[in-house]
Design a protein around this ligand. Structure first.
Ligand code: NAD
Length: 476
């Protein structure tokens, strides 16, 4: 069906696997079958990676900006050339349609190109002082970075962990998800092939908490960047605090969508149904709580159900598949539990609500309506193909419901009223707000959350600055 690469650790430029190391299986989410096994790094491997990261930092930060930029541009070119192969591996291990996997990989290359361009714009500044004295504001790379990424975007998440640090002049040790290891490994290999020193970019796998405790326990690591759940983000933040390491946390969300009675309804429905079922809803910025003004509620609800029922669910390698399986068996199990809980609280199940077939992790596109706010699913991120649609009254009550949860990653609104758009921009608590727009991510735009959705930014100029420290030099 597809070529899946050999898996290994990448430490100091060396490919390491086997040798008595513990292993774990990588599963195909469409069939449940084992694709291959993955070696876990030993404590000695991690110590070596740390030593290498220290020397890699010294080498990479002293590489000229032009050279670093040109290496990263070459890396982006190689990723684009290899995007077809990377996408095949990505679909095999994660399940999403292969066209989406390729799009994600091309986007990862574009993000790297953007970061490469930013290297040449890392200016400091000189403050105005009387003759004979001088004050300079300088930006320096923070130091070796440890990155931990999730399985929902196996290539983009990894690029977000490595692109900013490398552009800033940091070395980085990244641990992609053990459930989706190949795509990130292939991205890293492209960067090494382009000339990034093997000590400046390393890839490790293992038991996640063991690896993070080991790496964060070392004073060599100066920054931690994580994509995943809020619960794990809090744990890693505590570990980082022991040594006051800098953190970037891209955590969960519970995307509210405010649909007003003056909205372009077809646009809202087409964009939001597309966004909801993309990657089987396993997207941190997925729209989840649809808050719809009463007089357009039925129209929106029925239009959404119609679109959900047209989504073609299947193997990501089959032509015409809109939505693949969920990426791991925790997905359908957790979703069923939340849907049953919602039904027991009186929610109406309008479509879906069950697994499809008896192999793999396929789940039907699901729509629930009139869900009480005390149902678990209205409070915990479902991270799956389920839309929650509730009728709402005033603008104020919709904003209050949008802000009710401790999360604040992406929020969306559909309205043709310009004054209302300004009010929403001011009042909705979110790191990103899409107004009449479903896409809230772009290489040049900062990406990140507020409240329990985390802090620190990736992408945009901010994604590089997040990997730098400021030094003010006063000369008398
Ligand atoms: P999780 O937080 O347990 O795992 C996410 C990733 O973090 C995985 O790749 C895992 O290997 C890694 N990880 C887990 N514990 C770690 C640790 N102690 N140290 C370092 N890395 C660690 O989440 P999950 O069980 O895979 O999914 C549960 C929920 O997490 C989802 O329902 C969703 O809410 C959230 N999630 C969010 C994102 C996102 O993009 N923000 C991505 C994946 C999962």
């Amino acid at each position: 069906m597809s070529n899946y690469p050999d898996l290994h650790l990448l430490i100091g430029g060396e490919k390491l696997s086997g040798g008595g190391r513990e292993t774990e299986e990588v599963l195909d989410p469409a069939t449940g079958e084992t694709i291959t096994t993955l070696s876990r790094a030993t404590p000695d491997d991690l110590d070596r990676a740390l030593e290498q990261a220290e020397s890699g930092f010294a080498e990479w930060k002293n590489t000229s900006a032009d050279k670093r930029a040109s290496i990263l541009m070459d890396g982006a070119k190689l990723i684009k050339e290899r995007a077809g192969d990377i996408a095949q591996a990505l679909t095999r291990e994660q399940g999403k349609p292969v066209a989406e996997a390729k799009g994600e990989t091309m986007y990862s290359a574009m993000l790297l190109e953007f970061y490469a361009g930013e290297i040449k714009r890392l200016y400091g500044r000189t403050l105005v002082r009387p003759e004979g004295s001088r004050v300079e504001v300088q930006y320096h790379p923070v130091g070796p970075v440890a990155g931990f990424s999730a399985w929902n975007f196996p290539s983009l998440n990894v690029m977000r962990k490595i692109g900013g640090p490398l552009a800033a002049g940091c070395s980085v040790i990244v641990k992609p998800s053990e459930e989706t290891p190949a795509a990130g490994l292939m991205l890293a290999q492209a960067l090494l092939d382009a000339g990034v020193p093997g000590s400046a970019l390393q890839v490790v796998f293992g038991v996640p908490s063991d690896v993070s405790e080991h790496l964060l326990g070392s004073p060599i690591i100066r920054k931690v960047t994580f994509t995943g759940s809020t619960a794990v983000g809090k744990e890693l933040s505590k570990l980082a605090a022991e040594d006051l390491k800098v953190t970037t946390m891209e955590l969960g969300g519970h995307g509210p969508v405010l649909v007003f009675n003056d909205a372009d309804m077809d646009k809202a429905l087409d964009q939001m149904a597309g966004a909801k079922f993309r990657n089987a809803g396993q997207v941190c910025v997925s729209p989840t709580r649809f808050l719809v003004q009463e007089d357009v509620f039925e129209k929106f609800r029925d239009g959404f159900v119609e679109r959900a029922e047209k989504v073609k669910v299947g193997n990501g390698f089959e032509d015409g598949t809109d939505m693949g399986p969920m990426a791991n068996s925790r997905g359908p199990d957790g979703l069923l539990k939340k849907i049953n809980d919602a039904k027991s609280h009186g929610a109406k199940l309008l479509t879906g609500g069950e697994r499809i077939g008896n192999q793999g992790n396929f789940f039907a596109p699901t729509v629930l309506s009139e869900i009480p706010t005390d149902a678990d699913i209205m409070n915990e991120e479902p991270f799956g193909p389920v839309a929650l649609i509730n009728p709402m009254g005033s603008e104020e009550s919709m904003i209050a419901e949008a802000n009710r949860l401790p999360y604040g990653l992406a929020a969306y609104a559909y309205t043709e009223n310009p004054a209302r758009r300004r009010r929403l921009a001011a009042q909705v608590e979110a790191g990103m707000l899409g107004i009449n727009a479903a896409s809230v991510s772009a290489a040049d735009a900062p990406f990140g959350g507020v409240k329990w959705s985390g802090h620190g930014l990736e992408d945009g100029a901010e994604g590089v600055k997040a990997c730098m420290v400021t030094k003010t030099v006063h000369e008398g």
